[in-house]
Design a protein around this ligand. Structure first.
Ligand code: SF4
Length: 112
């Protein structure tokens, strides 16, 4: 059954479709919360968390969640693993299926 929430997530990335991948990389590396906020172990390092819970904690308040998700979908695609873009990998793989069907992505392919 299609998760309409995840379809909406895929659609919400349309505004980034013409941003070059290099620019997305720079933005995520510079502004991504997990890139600078946790020096050493994060506060939840000793807790057993599901990927869903980790995504909620790690990515909460990150200002570049859309950029991070777009970048991961472009570069890792269906092979994505771990937590990126505030989503666990199973949800990101589902988003990837819908993302691929959006506009020119359907024509140019997933890794461009
Ligand atoms: S969305 Fe999450 S994984 Fe991506 S840069 Fe922000 S904190 Fe890191």
């Amino acid at each position: 059954m299609t998760d309409l929430r995840l379809v909406g997530v895929a659609w919400s990335l349309d505004h980034l479709r013409w941003v070059p991948t290099d620019e997305l990389t720079d933005v995520v590396e510079h502004d991504g919360l997990c890139m600078w906020a946790f020096t050493g172990e994060p506060p939840w390092a000793d807790e057993e968390l599901t990927d869903q819970e980790l995504a909620e904690r790690q990515c909460s308040g990150c200002p570049v969640r859309d950029e991070c998700l777009e970048l991961e979908l472009r570069t890792a695609g269906a092979e994505t693993v771990g937590v990126w873009g505030a989503l666990p990998e199973d949800e990101r793989r589902e988003v990837h299926r819908h993302w691929l069907q959006r506009g020119e992505r359907a024509e140019r392919g997933p890794r461009s």
